[in-house]
Design a binder for this molecule. Structure first.
Ligand SMILES: [Mn+2]
Length: 450
């Protein structure tokens, strides 16, 4: 099957790469672009936050390459010739799909019994496919790590696992990635250390989280003045100072009954970036390309992935700051919104007060920071033309019992929409006016006892 898929690409007059708008999708698109450039096939890139009905009909003369999306909608595709490298729950569990005028080859970890939502990102899937197309794709192997971290695949085990890990090791052996054990607070290379300590939430240490007084106390012990703490990043601090800070964090964690080992885990750095570069920590890199994409300039993120700097980086950092503003405003809006609560479902409808590009970001934020019950299903909704776009999140504990992608997909389908995703993070698109019915369908499915 892989030979047919490669033939399709190699003989294409033009390839349309369609990829997801998050950092996993952007990293995947960059790998696909790199691959097609190597084999000299003309291509264009389209980045989507959601596949709409019109994206599912093929155009004559084009070969399609869907990345980090496509699998959950393959059964709705018509007259498409192309490939899908995706890790979302597939609607059809076959590699080859030739119904409805299509000729599609689908590469998806779920077809091999691997849960793509945990151990094989879209970028890892695209990378593995590209490895079959051109041998020398190792130069962009680090993008698999970018995609995997973008999809938070390192969160549960505090390190990458499964196929993501295997490709990460390739990137490490290629000299692109450095693997370290360190505190797993976000922002090692993009945030001032005072900010990193204050808002670090992996794990949340009650006496430290959002407690600036405590933060500056710790920094003082390491000989860092407030002003410096508000400026330098974790990676810019020397080893000695970091050690002192780590000892202090351990102490507070212990007082709060948090296991010491849960504070530490693997972190990944780009060896080709300087220690003082905002892009050095791979999670920080990921947040920069994500921001560019969410602000509507995915090509800036793709260029960064393919080693462009200079003006590209300058633009990326502007977009990064813009995105932070947008998120701040969204958080303010969120304070005004009371969720509709039905059983364990919490629905936040922003209508037009939220960019439908960031419903997922906000849903993750609510699921992480609001003290909802462990079995809560968080749904964030915003208007998108004639549709309502919905992003859902559940805890990994609940995801062991419940597949949110199935729930969203089936319930959306019932009201004339579509949906899908992963066990713990999924989305749907439904016609406007069908919100109440959609909510009811979800509620009924959850409470249906055969
Ligand atoms: Mn993904």
């Amino acid at each position: 099957m892989i030979t047919e898929a490669i033939d399709l690409l190699e003989n294409a007059k033009k390839v349309r790469i369609i990829s997801h708008h998050d950092s996993d999708g952007i990293a995947s698109a960059a790998i696909a672009k790199f691959t097609l450039e190597r084999i000299g096939i003309p291509h264009e890139i389209i980045i989507k936050n959601q596949l709409l009905p019109e994206d599912l009909v093929g155009s004559e003369g084009l070969v399609y390459w869907f990345n980090d999306l496509g699998s959950s909608k393959m059964d709705s595709m018509r007259n498409i010739r192309g490939i899908i490298t995706d890790h979302h729950t597939p609607a059809v569990k076959d590699v080859e799909y030739k119904e409805n005028g299509n000729e599609i080859y689908q590469f998806n970890p779920h077809l091999e019994g691997i849960d793509g939502g945990i151990s094989q990102s879209g970028a890892t899937t695209t990378f593995l496919f590209s490895l079959n197309v051109i041998g020398d794709v190792l130069g962009v192997s680090y993008l698999s790590v970018v995609g995997s971290l973008g999809d938070l695949h390192d969160k549960r085990h505090r390190k990458l696992v499964g196929t993501d890990r295997e490709v990460m090791i390739l990137a490490q052996q290629s000299g692109l990635i450095e693997v370290l054990n360190d505190v797993r607070f976000f922002g090692r290379s993009s945030k001032a250390v005072a900010y990193m300590l204050r808002f670090g939430n992996d794990p949340k240490i009650p006496d430290l989280y959002d407690n600036p007084k405590k933060v500056y106390e710790i920094l003082a012990k390491a000989g860092i003045e407030k002003e410096e703490g508000n400026k330098v990043t974790w990676l810019e601090l020397d080893e000695e100072k970091r050690k002192i800070i780590i000892e202090e964090i351990k102490k507070i964690a212990k007082e709060n009954g948090i296991e010491e080992e849960s504070i530490f885990g693997e972190v990944y750095e780009l060896k080709f970036e300087e220690k003082n570069s905002i892009l050095r920590d791979v999670r920080d890199f990921t947040s920069v390309i994500n921001a560019a994409s969410r602000r509507g300039y995915p090509e800036v993120g793709i260029d960064l992935c393919l080693f462009k700097r200079g003006e590209t980086l300058k633009r990326a950092l502007e977009l990064y700051n813009d995105h932070a503003d947008v998120l701040r405003k969204a958080s303010k809006e969120l304070e005004k919104i009371k969720p509709i609560n039905m059983g364990n479902i919490y629905l936040y409808d922003f209508s037009d007060s939220l960019d439908n590009n960031i419903t997922g970001t906000i849903a993750t934020r609510i699921a992480t920071h609001h003290n909802l019950p462990e079995d809560a299903i968080v749904l964030v909704m915003a208007n998108m033309g004639e549709y309502k776009k919905i992003s859902g999140r559940i805890s990994s504990q609940l995801a062991e019992k419940l597949d949110l992608s199935d729930l969203m997909r089936a319930s959306a389908f019932d009201v004339g929409g579509s949906g899908g995703g992963h066990r713990n993070a999924a989305g749907a698109l439904i016609p406007k006016g069908k919100e109440a019915e959609f909510l009811k369908k979800i509620y009924e499915r959850l409470n249906f006892k055969p």
